[in-house]
Ligand binder design. Structure first.
Ligand code: PMP
Length: 419
């Protein structure tokens, strides 16, 4: 039997696991959960939506009506592809972003996280290349890692992913004889970078993907959360044949039902359905029917509007506090979504700094969580979705104290502490 690592449980089956099981890592965010859920800590770390203002009494009425009048269907297994009436209403949600979708090509999943898993399971053999923005969503990187993909990051700036860098990453990987399976991108209100891809870049990128024959996995859970009500044409509308698109109710309604979806060209859709049936048989009927009733009976567009206003207020509080307390740093200015991406002064290490931040009762996610290749030491992600504005200000004030002390230490001792 192999040697047991310090601090892990004794595992009789240590030598039995598949190679891919050794690639499963606890997410850096989950590791933080126990600490940041202490009430005295201001958490700027997680991506939990603020669902405080949801009309719970009305939702409870709806749930009661659902179980009383449609209980036998709601409590039963359903179709592997997802319940047809909900697939129909999902196309309405997609049309709010200008996507003209066909319900036949929608596959309902257990959150878009399951769709990420299914697509990766379908396409990736160990060593296959996935191109992803630099930085990229930690939960997607976890999936890619579990399937032993070779993730290559492609540069991004305040206009989103840089098409020329995408082209050179493709050339580079192909020059090495690698198989590129897809580009994973979050064009709208990026997690964690807080930026959106400009319209000209979307067109350029789609043309490049067509030229190189690269599939696009477009992840869009935040697209309806533009602070001015603005939406930007998703890539799938530009090139439906090249894109597997992922949507979710988690941020525009609530994550508790765990309902998301994939929208894919028919051949990929068929494979997704079979893969999903083999994983879960069918998505939760009660969850699907509850969301369908919500979309049918409730002013969901109005709810999204009120989310936008609430998150805009929190974004403003975050940016204001950063300008007041952290002039030595730079950050992105998000026009929607949940996050801003902060760059610390050169030589600092956000991961090493985290324990000191938690001592000062503030938490964030270190930049390294958003890279497959150990970049991001000088970055961190700040979320403004969950704490109210006054807590955000207080959190940033506490963070600034920690950063200032780190700068002093750096002046005294240099950056060797990182290694
Ligand atoms: N993609 C992105 C970019 C996300 O931020 C999240 C949630 N944080 C997900 C996918 C997964 O969302 P869900 O499974 O709740 O739909």
């Amino acid at each position: 039997m192999g040697t047991q690592k310090k601090g892990t449980h004794l595992d009789l089956w240590q030598d039995s696991y598949a190679a891919r099981a050794h690639n499963l890592r606890e997410s850096e965010i989950r590791a933080l959960f126990s600490v940041v859920s202490r009430p005295e800590v201001v958490s700027l770390a997680g991506g939990m939506p603020n669902i405080h203002d949801l009309p719970l009494a009305e939702l409870a009425e709806g749930a009661k009506e659902l179980v009383l009048n449609h209980g036998e269907q709601a409590m039963q297994y359903g179709s592997g592809q997802g319940w047809a009436p909900l697939r129909e209403s999902i196309t309405e949600v997609m049309s709010a972003e200008g996507i003209n979708a066909n319900p036949d090509n929608v596959v309902i999943t257990t959150g878009s996280q399951q769709a990420l898993d299914l697509v990766t399971q379908l396409f990736i053999e160990p060593g296959d290349v996935i191109l992803a923005e630099s930085p990229s969503y930690v939960g997607a990187l976890g999936v890619f890692n579990a399937y032993q993909a070779d993730v290559r990051h492609v540069g991004l700036d305040d206009q989103g992913l840089i098409p020329e860098e995408f082209a050179s990453a493709v050339e580079q990987a192909r020059g090495e004889g690698k198989r590129i399976k897809y580009l994973y991108t979050i064009p709208n209100f990026h997690n964690p970078a807080g930026v959106s891809m400009s319209i000209p870049r979307r067109k350029e990128l789609v043309e490049l993907c067509r030229k190189y024959g690269v599939l696009i996995l477009e992840d869009n859970p935040y697209g309806l959360l533009g602070f001015e009500g603005q939406t930007m044409s998703p890539l799938v509308e530009l090139a439906p044949d090249l894109v597997v698109y992922l949507g979710s109710f988690s941020k525009i309604f609530a994550p508790g039902f765990r309902i998301g979806w994939a929208y894919a060209p028919p051949a990929v859709r068929d494979k997704l359905i079979v893969a999903s049936e083999s994983a879960i048989l069918s998505p939760s009927m009660v969850g699907q029917m509850a969301i369908h009733a919500y979309l049918r009976d409730y002013d969901w567009r109005g709810q999204i509007d009120s989310y936008r206003q609430m998150y805009r207020g929190r974004r403003d509080a975050m940016l204001d506090a950063l300008a007041t307390y952290l002039p030595e740093c730079t950050w992105t200015v998000p026009e929607g979504g949940f996050y801003t991406w902060l760059t610390l002064p050169s030589g600092m290490d956000s991961k090493a700094m985290l324990s000191r931040a938690v001592t000062e009762l503030v938490a964030y996610t270190p930049g390294t969580a958003f890279y497959a290749d150990n970049q991001g030491h000088e970055n961190l992600r700040l979320s403004f979705c969950y704490p109210p504005a006054d807590e955000i200000r207080e959190g940033v004030r506490r963070l600034a104290k920690v950063v200032e002390r780190e700068i002093e230490l750096l002046k005294l001792f240099g950056s060797q502490e990182r290694h």
